[in-house]
Design a protein around this ligand. Structure first.
Ligand SMILES: O=C(O)CCC(=O)C(=O)O
Length: 267
């Protein structure tokens, strides 16, 4: 669902007053939701500018220290004339600014309204998607990666650090796929961590663009099929994704080895 800020906010506030979580199934029943919800304005632009300054410094440090092997995974191969990062992992553990952002009460209020009260960040990512060629992210379901003990207990909060639209590669979602199974994923031999749904399967699923203005947040269920396109613009499309998990849930069958020391209990 792409709710407008006012209606989404008042629903969330109502649910918080009632002390009850909004189930994703209720989103679907009530609002013809499709496993995602966008809050168009959550953070002030100044805070997003601070976030960008922070990750720019981090990117410089990380690039200077990065081994050749890691460069193969973290550099954006789509940008021909510059050495730029595609992503960095776990800002919630590595950068105090992002630890604070993950604990922001406005953000966490929405997360708890979706998956229940008492949550932790298990994993987080900065996506840089640089101008002129920042590469796509293939279609996947987060719950394939995470293998949670309760599929309803995981939500990703994807924070737009820049305006994200179709031209610079915003997320695209497949409606209501969180109600179906977690599909098989496989990784290309050259990119063993890039688990993805077979393109022939994806071609059968309609994927709709979900533009988010800078400072807005797109939430998606762990079972929602999503992808992002390449950046065909001369603008950045930076984003921070926090993967929140309800505290009674664990990654029972993760597809990749998971390090539990990364868990940040938020509430
Ligand atoms: O930002 C992107 O391009 C991909 C984000 C994503 O897959 C996620 O947050 O789960």
């Amino acid at each position: 669902m792409t709710a407008n800020f006012a209606s989404q906010n008042s629903k969330t506030e109502n649910q918080q007053c009632a002390g009850k979580a909004v189930a994703w199934a209720d989103f679907v029943a009530r609002d013809k939701a499709d496993g995602h919800a966008t809050i168009r304005r959550l953070f002030p632009l100044e805070r997003m500018n601070e976030a960008i300054a922070n990750i720019s410094g981090w990117a410089e440090e990380a690039l200077a220290a990065m081994s050749e092997e890691k460069r193969r995974w973290y550099l954006d191969g789509g940008v021909a004339d510059a050495t730029v990062l595609r992503k960095l992992d776990n800002p919630h553990m590595n950068r105090p600014f992002f630890t604070a952002l993950a604990k922001d009460s406005g953000l966490v209020g929405h997360v708890e309204a979706l998956i229940g009260v008492g949550v932790s960040v298990y994993f987080s990512q900065i996506f840089f998607k640089p101008p002129h060629g920042g590469g796509p992210k293939p279609a996947h379901q987060d719950n394939f990666y995470f293998g949670p003990s309760d599929p309803e207990g995981v939500v990703t909060a994807w924070i737009a650090l820049d305006d994200a639209d179709e031209e610079n590669g915003c997320l695209r979602y497949a409606r209501a796929t969180q109600l179906g199974p977690v599909l098989p994923h496989a990784a290309p031999e050259s990119r063993p961590f890039d688990l993805q749904i077979d393109e022939a399967e994806v071609a059968r699923i309609e994927m709709r663009a979900a533009p988010v203005p800078k400072g807005g947040v797109s939430f998606h269920h762990g079972g929602t099929v999503h992808r992002s396109g390449d950046n065909r613009s001369n603008r950045w499309r930076r984003a921070c994704a926090f993967h929140y998990v309800r505290n009674d849930v664990v990654f029972a069958t993760p597809a990749l080895p998971y390090d539990r020391s990364l868990v940040l209990q938020v509430t």
